[in-house]
Design a protein around this ligand. Sequence first.
Ligand SMILES: NC(=O)c1ccc[n+]([C@@H]2O[C@H](COP(=O)([O-])OP(=O)(O)OC[C@H]3O[C@@H](n4cnc5c(N)ncnc54)[C@H](O)[C@@H]3O)[C@@H](O)[C@H]2O)c1
Length: 360
Amino acid sequence: MPNVFGSPHKGTEPRHEQVVFCQDEASGLRAIIAIHSTALGPSLGGTRFYPYASEEEALADVLNLSRGMSYKNALAGLDLGGGKAVIIGDPDTDKNEAMLRAYGRFVQSLHGRYITACDVGTYSPDMDIIARESQYVTGRTVEHGGAGDSSILTAFGVFQGMRAAAEHVWGSPTLRGRRVGVEGVGKVGHRLVEHLLEDGAEVVVCDVSEEAVERVRARHPHVAVAADNDALVREPLDVYAPCALGGSLSDETVGVLGAKIVCGAANNQLAHAGIEKQLADRGVLYAPDYVVNSGGVIQVADEIDGFDFDRAKTRATKIFDTTGKIFALAAEEGVPPAVAADRLAERRMSEIGRLRGILL
Ligand SMILES: NC(=O)c1ccc[n+]([C@@H]2O[C@H](COP(=O)([O-])OP(=O)(O)OC[C@H]3O[C@@H](n4cnc5c(N)ncnc54)[C@H](O)[C@@H]3O)[C@@H](O)[C@H]2O)c1
């Protein structure tokens, strides 16, 4: 059983504040809500619906994911803390209205200490159902006042992060004339391709789904295609953008990667701790995943005040500045950007969170 009170933490990071186990036997609901930190405000993070092999596995995942949200929300400049929830089960066969509504009542019972959203296995229509029982729900459909598909600003934010990386490496914030390899052209990846082409980059893609590749090629026949990720990282690339699943940056890929920049949407790109140092040692600039992919959370967080796309987009544009700041701090402190990002996030949680000590 993971040690909830002593869950792994790094540096001066706070430990989890609250972990809530929720059960409704009749509908089959078994959920865990983890609130990592409310130093900056209510905790926000999605609900993952996944057939975990055990409760231990579900707990370990939710503790890890909620901690990640504290860092992501802090550097996204949001007045929100980090939280996440998991529902144990197969989303294709176990999901039902009563279960989602029971879950919504548990979310509501926390009175806003946790605000939910979509994640793996949950979709905007699910959020609409949960919202029938709770006011603390984002990621709803547009018809229900929601922000809709968060991949729009996720892709836009990754592009901003990539521009900042280009400026750091080549002195100019553009991908014009650069060759960019995009692994995974799903919801985020195909939108990133559009931004890159518009900016004048040359693009090569790969995806395990032929349909996904064909969708890109139908619009842009001049986009090149690599057989798989192994082939993609060996291509002559200036930038590598992992936009599929986590773990793309392994000992093997880093060993053969020719790109000068890594910047993509996928969560948890580093296969294990220490890869960030290997990248830095090889002269590859790594834009921390949770910083550049925060456009999605920025988009759904905007729903809290009544969704306004332009306002959310303006906020996502700041990913450019934040990414640049991280590279500067990394250079100044002689650490990889991933370490600098964590430090910057912890600094914000501590400096801004401290203000709540001023009694109102
Ligand atoms: N959608 C968002 O708003 C958002 C926000 C933050 C982070 N992310 C992360 O970005 C990544 C992409 O998200 P998405 O919403 O586009 O998901 P998606 O499922 O729409 O797209 C992922 C694509 O990757 C492809 N893929 C899977 N395994 C692959 C492999 N081994 N090699 C090549 N391609 C492979 C899939 O076929 C699919 O087309 C995920 O890691 C996700 O966690 C997404």
